[in-house]
Design a protein around this ligand. Sequence first.
Ligand code: 4NP
Length: 207
Amino acid sequence: ILEAFASFFVGVQIFATFVVSKWLKMDFLLSFVNHNVNRQNRQNCKNMNINNKKRILFVCLGNICRSPMAEEIFRQKVFKRGLGEEFVIDSAGTYSGHAGELADPRMREAAHCRGYCLTHRSRPFRASDFEDFDRIVVMDDSNYERVTRLAPTREDIDKIYRMRDYFTTYADRYDYVPDPYYEGREGFYLVIEMLEEACEKLLDEMA
Ligand code: 4NP
């Protein structure tokens, strides 16, 4: 009962902060809300004994193009195989400048055209993600370096994988998932195709 009361109280606090920050247009308060929601989610997950689940985190730079797309593609594949109960899936960025934002509108539009709906809100990668996830999949070498620098232990570094490890037809042309942020629309569709292919192999390995 005490736990339920505490969760309810935190929920009310978060909601009140959200309303006030929207009203005052104070984005930093929104990041605070996001941080607390994530902390509460982590706590709830621990209470639900998520240790039985496979926990995967996708990471890119801004967490508004590649990694939220990877998260959603992987989620759809997991659900299509009827494995929804077995996985915890999330994404994060090594750069916090877009924290709290939905995915880039160009990424959302391309996703929509391919049958996906991106609802994730950007959040920064943090050292505690090594505790909360079994596998961290990065999009390029720069992501790999930044995530590695935050790893508390050698074992944690072993949790970091590159998406290119799961390329098949793209393997001879790319050794990273190209950042579409500064590119034209076609770059976003290329990212989706690469991620669809790679996530299939990744799920084969994890399922
Ligand atoms: P992402 O793309 O890492 O795939 O989310 C980017 C998003 C934002 C920026 C760079 C890349 N940025 O410089 O703000």
